[in-house]
Design a protein around this ligand. Sequence first.
Ligand SMILES: *Cc1c(COP(=O)(O)O)cnc(C)c1O
Length: 414
Amino acid sequence: MFGISFLNTLDRLADEVDTEIADICRQVEKKAYDNHKKVLDQFIKLGVADFHLKGSTGYGYNDSAREKLEELYAGIFRAESSLVRGQIISGTHAIALCLFGILRPGDELLAVQGTPYDTLVKMIGISGREPGSLKDLGISYRQVELLENGLPDYEGIKSAISSRTKMVYIQRSRGYSLRPSFSIEMISSLITFLRECKKDLVVFADNCYGEFVEEREPVEAGADIMAGSLIKNPGGGLAPSGGYLAGKKELVHMAANRWTAPGVGAEIGPSQDYIRLLYQGLFISPRIVTEALHGAIFAARFFERLGYRTIPSYSEPRTDIIQAVVLGSEERVIKFCRGIQSASPLDSLAAPEPWDMPGYDHRVIMAAGTFIQGASLELSADAPIREPYAVYLQGGLSRYYSRLAVIKAASLLS
Ligand SMILES: *Cc1c(COP(=O)(O)O)cnc(C)c1O
């Protein structure tokens, strides 16, 4: 166990870290301000009113609350159209709507940063024989690994594109890997290059964890369609469930047909009793994303000072809210996650264990003492139990809470 003096040392270290990160945090505030303005401007421009906060039941025909929310998302993300629904269960579900809604048998999907996020592996059919996977439906798949330096392999991508290639999958965030996340600028040049290789590609961007970290989103960088989860960034910590897609009108329509049924598409879907929280969450999201970023920057510097490798480093520009800390052993990963859990407002007495989570290939441990189950804009720590034993920390509704939890987690690693 650790002694009082170790805790004192950590507290002193935390004070030093606060000073070290102050300039970086100020830059983050500037982006938060711009993003808040972008969101507020759309609320005003579209005339969101009190009566838009009331949801519908049953089929949800002529649901103006839902329609206005979708206009808002489209406006904020500079997209032609969007589908924003509480009944889209997760980011994985939103991504699946785009892949299965747009791709047809004989098409090929190309991933340009190596293996995609874990839950997509079975969905695509990269491993296992999941009934209904893209592979099962006759949609083939290729991936191009990143170069040693973590950048896209332009030559490799060019030679992987064939007459079958219909869609390119770009993942903005690192997910559970240690590659760098893709900045909007990098996504923008990659898309320009892709279009030079083949004009009629559909470029899909997995925007999970990326919203409101930079001033622009992937559609503005040229993506045709993107998707994300409302229990991550754009739900602002308030949305109780949901996912969104935004992009070209006809593509959103294809995905909506997959969501309900062809011919019905986005025309139905009751917004129920909680649509107010989707509005409120979207409104406050730039603020909460900034809190999460402050927490991540603190964690990065704090663990760097303790001798661990952190990705990104505290001073690197960010394009998502994920902070990886390489802990080097299963035992430390478990202790870290237990530390975060024990510092959470809910379920602080639970001791997380690694388990076989649906959709994941390795055992995964997750710490999340969250108000909304699994919401990772609230502070959470996840780690697949595999080399190099990195833990991924994300979210944090308040920077102070993140700071307290990070110090607690560190104290268990002594
Ligand atoms: C979180 C995430 C997803 C989807 O995960 P869900 O848990 O299903 O919401 C997909 N891609 C990336 C990069 C993610 O971070």
